[in-house]
Design a protein. Structure first.
Length: 366
């Protein structure tokens, strides 16, 4: 329960919807839309553990920092892997969202997306990190529910709807009806895993060591899940593992599709297994409304066609797919009384405000 001081400070603060993603963090202000969309990276000084940079500035440092500075992602597979760094990152984004406000001590109410199926300890870690970062109240919503609301799906109606939210660390598949999740799946195969597939492919086929950023560029430019109308090529640049010298290799979209096939097949099979467990009446609804794809991973070329081909159900890409979770969290704040039932509760044996749960996260070695 927020204190009297927090409630007073809250009168001068903005309500925020936050998509705390493995790859990117998005912040939406109630009534104003998305105000922050930055990579979930933090650069810290190894010696003092002071934060040097956050977001896009920290990502630019990846692979380029001196020995005393390390750039890390404090979330892995959709959950917190370093509590203190996540807290610092959240605090930075909350303050940045209030940068144009005349009030310098923000105490916002925040709605934060979490992967479905996370443990109670992982939920508590997100909740406590938000409070420690300055929120007066932290409310949790499952990411597929937030993505569905942001995509405009009628989650509170009896008519069934379905979303596939492919982020950086997790893929969330869920079927909704009457304001609740009827069937859901959460797997830790998503955009990061696809990048790793490309890194491994380059190493195994060409003895070429490439970085994560190079792999991501290739995925975005020529990666695909279905044969393209016109296949493309692109140059891979890295270090030859045999000679140790820089080398460039031209690869085709056909090769990259082969490299991504294991991850793509896993995602498609998860969608199929979710449909297999969905009640027949809701399956009939889905044949009318279709399957909505959201998240950055949904932008993989040919994925819409691949899912439609594998499921025999019309598949479509949500509008502004990268921001669905944050916009959904914002919409909950805008219609709090009407949508509060979609929020996720916490068990009573909670930790105190601002205290990192001792078993919640594994501190990453530096």
């Amino acid at each position: 329960m927020p204190s009297l001081i927090d409630r007073i400070l809250g009168l001068f603060s903005l309500d925020l919807g936050i998509d705390l993603g493995t790859a990117n963090t998005l912040v939406a202000v109630r009534g104003k839309g998305i105000v922050i969309n930055e990579p979930s990276w933090v650069a810290i000084d190894r010696r003092s553990r002071e934060v040097v940079a956050v977001g896009a500035e920290a990502k630019e440092m990846v692979g380029r920092t001196p020995a005393r500075i390390v750039a890390i992602r404090p979330l892995r597979d959709g959950v917190i892997s370093d509590f203190e760094i996540t807290e610092a990152m959240l605090k930075h984004f909350i303050e940045k969202a209030h940068s144009r406000s005349f009030f310098s001590i923000p105490r916002p109410r925040v709605v934060i997306g979490i992967p479905s199926g996370v443990t109670e300890v992982e939920k508590r870690a997100v909740h406590d990190a938000a409070l420690s970062a300055g929120a007066r109240e932290a409310l949790l919503i499952e990411e597929p529910m937030a993505a569905a609301i942001g995509a405009g799906l009628p989650v509170t109606e009896a008519h069934g709807s379905m979303i596939v939210d492919i982020g950086g660390g997790t893929t969330e598949v869920a079927v909704f009806a009457l304001g609740g999740i009827v069937v859901s799946r959460s797997i830790r195969v998503a955009g990061d895993e696809m990048d790793e597939d490309i890194v491994n492919y380059a190493r195994q086929k060409y003895n070429l060591l490439i970085g994560e950023r190079m792999a991501e560029k290739i995925k975005i430019a020529i990666g695909s899940a279905f044969p393209l109308p016109e296949e493309k090529t692109m140059t891979l640049r890295g270090r030859n593992l045999v000679t140790g010298l820089p080398e460039a290799v031209e690869v085709s979209s056909i090769e990259i599709r082969e490299a991504l096939s294991v991850s793509v097949n896993t995602i498609v099979e998860t969608i199929r297994s979710t449909l297999d467990e969905t009640p027949p009446e809701l399956v009939a609804d889905l044949m009318e409304t279709g399957v909505a794809l959201a998240g950055g991973g949904a932008l993989l070329q040919g994925l819409v066609e691949r899912v439609a081909d594998e499921t025999n159900i019309h598949t479509w890409l949500a509008e502004d797919t990268l921001t669905c979770v944050a916009r959904g969290a914002e919409m909950v704040l805008e219609d709090y009384e009407g949508l509060r039932e979609v929020l996720v509760g916490l068990e009573r044996n909670s930790t105190s405000r601002g205290t990192a749960p001792s078993t919640a996260v594994a501190r990453r070695p530096y």
